[in-house]
Write a protein that binds this ligand. Structure first.
Ligand code: MN
Length: 288
């Protein structure tokens, strides 16, 4: 291995496993595509939900009414449709196509995630992602914070040959750096590859990394990956992706948090006592 490092070649990540997705109902009953056993697959990612795409008729769109969170972060990335978030601290914001909301629940937040009233009335296609990022014990009870970033403020970059487009939600890709500040080091990149394109994506070797394919087809380190598959990668400094027909996917990377996980619904802590306390705080009205 040292040989390759000395001669300036980077260590390639390969495919450790390919995880299928299944369709489940979340929140008030909206449809999501979710990798099987997602909660235990790869630190620090607790959940990866592809919301839709669903084509709603007028007054049919469904969201997640008021509910609490403690101990981690929820990241919402909209592709189509429009949502409106509101929380117990009086924050509210709209999420339109391309927008990101990075919410650090920390010690506690109670919020609702609903279709925007205009979208609800008109109907249309809803498509997006929600990702849960765990926090280490020392940050679980931090003050909650919001980063509502409109699409125009999120850096995008294209490869020199114009065949690869990336939106840099967190971390860095093709020389572009994200504007979102994360508590722990996270890479969250949305890639689109056109026909007959090649990508080498760099990832710090200290981070776990996975790829979620949601359109087209690609070869990741030589293995053929289809729409609706999650790919867990081995360690390394970069991954090589090749697409003949075009592909669309997210690359997610983050550190191994080597701590016990105690989870109950919308609370993710380290011990059962901490979960019990979260439930009591919520019932007492002192969570948020
Ligand atoms: Mn929520």
């Amino acid at each position: 291995m040292l040989y390759f490092v000395e001669f300036g070649e980077r260590l390639h990540r390969s495919v450790k496993s390919i995880v299928p997705t299944h369709t489940v109902l979340e929140g008030g009953g909206f449809q999501v595509r979710r990798p099987v056993a997602m909660g235990s697959l790869m630190s620090p990612f607790l959940l990866l939900d592809e919301m839709g795409p669903v084509n709603y008729g007028p007054k049919q769109a469904i969201g997640a009414p008021s509910h609490p969170h403690r101990g981690f972060e929820t990241v919402t990335y909209m592709l189509q449709g429009s949502m409106q978030h509101a929380d117990s601290a009086g924050n509210s914001g709209d999420l339109n196509p391309g927008d990101v909301q990075w919410m650090t629940a920390g010690r506690g937040i109670i919020h609702s995630e609903l279709p925007h009233p205009d979208f609800f009335d008109a109907g249309g296609v809803m498509h997006g992602f929600q990702i849960w990022v765990n926090l280490p014990a020392k940050d679980k009870m931090m003050e909650p914070r919001y980063q509502d970033i409109p699409s125009d403020d999120i850096p995008t970059v294209e490869s020199n040959d114009g065949k690869i487009w990336a939106k840099v939600v967190a971390g860095e890709a093709l020389g572009a750096k994200a504007v979102i500040d994360t508590v722990i080091p996270i890479q969250f990149i949305h890639y689109r590859m056109r026909e007959d394109s090649n990508l080498t994506h760099k990832i710090s070797k200290n981070l776990n990394c996975m790829i979620y394919m949601f359109g087209g087809q690609a070869e990741v380190s030589g293995k053929s990956i289809e729409d609706g598959q999650l790919i867990l990668l081995t360690e390394g400094e970069e991954v090589q992706i090749k697409s003949t027909e075009g592909a669309e996917f997210l690359i997610l990377a983050g550190p191994e948090i080597n701590e016990p996980i105690a989870r109950y619904g919308p609370f993710v802590m380290n011990t059962r006592q901490e979960i019990h306390q979260a439930v009591i705080d919520y019932q007492n009205g002192t969570l948020a």
